[in-house]
Design a protein around this ligand. Structure first.
Ligand code: DOR
Ligand code: ZN
Ligand code: ZN
Length: 477
């Protein structure tokens, strides 16, 4: 018998043996840490849900199925590590089925869901139940964040053992009105977090309250007030606090949805000092700016708010520099009726899980970033930060065969009517794109082809860091 294992060699005379379940033929494999010159034309052989071979010539007769990827680029499966699928409790806005279907149609193969559901994901029982229910409905693989609250200090270790991907803290309240733990409690939670990273919604509540009160006193309905009501000092203040906590507790932290130039500067400085700080930004901060408020109004209301063009430019710069580790969407759907309420009553949140990849690929075509940089921030980055690498985020032999196949020439127009979320409220309605995901593979199975959902609800699996690190039971405070 020939030795097939991971060799990638042409099977030669053994034409009758089906060596792979699927062969992706003739695509260009994108190297997340390289440049266009390090991308290789390759055939990918997939067996039992894993990548079995990368070769410059797999005999097509060795595949059960062959997908012609000529002219297309193959990225490790895209990960959106910040979504709100509203399940359980707020499923009139979204549920794990509709949210993950939208993700798959947008070329995303793994998501990480936030814990501000009803009930919040703050205890082991809630986490276990959420994982079970999501596992029945999800089209994509999924990780789950656990919430840190004022009264769940003792649950920290249990949440880690139950498979929490990481922890989430709302320093500033947002949808769900979840209060931050008192600093002492948070300190203790961070000491007990082991290798799990803590994600911060970094806005300062008191500053937001002060500025919001001022802005609400201004007559008229000028939507640019949404940005002035939660100014960048609020974000910078909270980012500085999170970084200081990381420094003193030793815990690794992650700054969600960075929206401001001045908080980016704090993160740059923290990284320079070698602190375990990672950061994400979202399409709304890269493709919109305060000049869009008159046109989009509350459709672009989000916490933290979309800011000025200088902030937007700084964030693109942060991606190029490697200060931004990942692009996530903060997919936060609400009904159209809710989003179209008056300025101060409309809930914050933009549904973006399905539109992120076409937008970002359009930016690649416009020369904003390279396709390699996109693979770095959309796949490798989140996989590394959240402990899923190399099963996710890589094209390593014997790792999960998750791939997003993109056509950089495919043109399209984002239309609300075509989106798969429960509610079609995208601020990008009418946006013309060049570059699109044309297929997504999860563990060797197509979950999307040509924008059509081809996977099954319940195929998605619960994922968590490869080496669950038990929290130190008597963590020295
Ligand atoms: O705009 C937001 N919406 N920001 C958040 O932090 C929460 C999110 C939501 O859950 O709707
Ligand atoms: Zn947030
Ligand atoms: Zn969020």
């Amino acid at each position: 018998m020939p030795d097939y294992k991971g060799s990638g060699a042409n099977a030669g005379g053994y034409m009758s043996a089906v060596q792979y379940d699927l062969v992706l033929k003739g695509g260009t494999l994108v190297d997340p840490l390289g440049t266009a010159r390090s991308n290789v034309r390759a055939d990918l052989g997939i067996r039992d849900g894993k990548l079995a071979a990368v070769s410059d010539g797999i005999d097509p007769s060795c595949g059960g199925d062959v997908y012609d990827a000529a002219g297309l680029f193959i990225l490790p499966g895209l990960i959106d590590a910040h979504v709100h699928f509203r399940d359980p409790g707020l499923t009139y806005k979204e549920d794990f089925g509709s949210g993950s279907a939208a993700a798959a149609c947008g070329g995303i193969t793994t998501v990480a869901d936030m814990p501000n559901t009803l009930p919040p994901t703050a205890g082991t029982i809630e986490l276990r139940e959420k994982a079970r229910a999501a596992g029945e409905r999800s089209y994509t693989d999924f990780g789950l964040f656990a919430l840190l609250t004022q009264d769940n200090l003792e649950e920290t270790g249990g949440l880690i053992r139950e498979g929490a991907l990481g922890f989430k803290v709302f320093l500033g309240t947002s949808v769900g009105n979840i209060a931050a733990p008192p600093l002492g409690t948070l300190y203790g939670q961070m000491r007990r977090a082991g290798r799990r990273r803590i994600a911060f919604h970094a806005e300062d509540n008191e500053l937001n309250e002060y500025f919001t009160r001022l802005c609400r006193g201004i007559p008229g309905n000028d939507p640019t007030l949404l940005a002035r009501a939660r100014p960048d000092i609020s974000e910078a203040e909270a980012v500085a606090r999170a970084i200081r906590l990381a420094e003193y507790t030793g815990a690794a932290i992650h700054i969600c949805h960075v929206s401001a130039r001045r908080s980016l500067a704090l993160i740059r400085e923290a990284k320079r000092r070698g602190l375990p700080v990672s950061a994400e930004t979202c399409p709304q901060y890269l493709f919109l700016d305060s000049g869009d408020y008159p046109r989009l109004g509350t459709r672009m209301k989000v916490n933290p708010p979309v800011r000025g063009a200088e902030d937007r430019e700084a964030l693109w710069q942060g991606i190029a520099e490697g200060i931004i580790d990942m692009i996530a969407t903060d997919h936060a759907p609400h009904t159209a009726e809710e989003k179209d309420r008056p300025l101060w009553e409309a809930p914050p949140g933009i549904a973006g899980v399905e539109t992120s990849a076409p937008l970002m690929l359009t930016a690649v075509n416009r020369g904003r970033l390279s396709l390699n940089d996109y693979a770095r921030i959309a796949s490798l980055g989140p996989a590394r930060v959240w402990g899923l690498y190399p099963q996710k985020g890589s094209a390593g032999i014997n790792t999960d065969a998750d791939f997003t196949i993109v056509d950089m020439n495919r043109t399209g127009v984002i239309r609300n009517a075509g989106l798969h979320s429960k509610h079609q409220t995208s601020p990008y309605d009418g946006f013309e794109t060049t570059g699109a995901p044309v297929a997504a593979l999860l563990r060797g199975c197509f979950i999307m082809k040509d924008g059509v959902l081809t996977g099954n609800a319940g195929f998605g699996r619960f994922v968590y860091p490869a080496q669950p690190e038990p929290a130190d039971p008597v963590a020295a405070d």
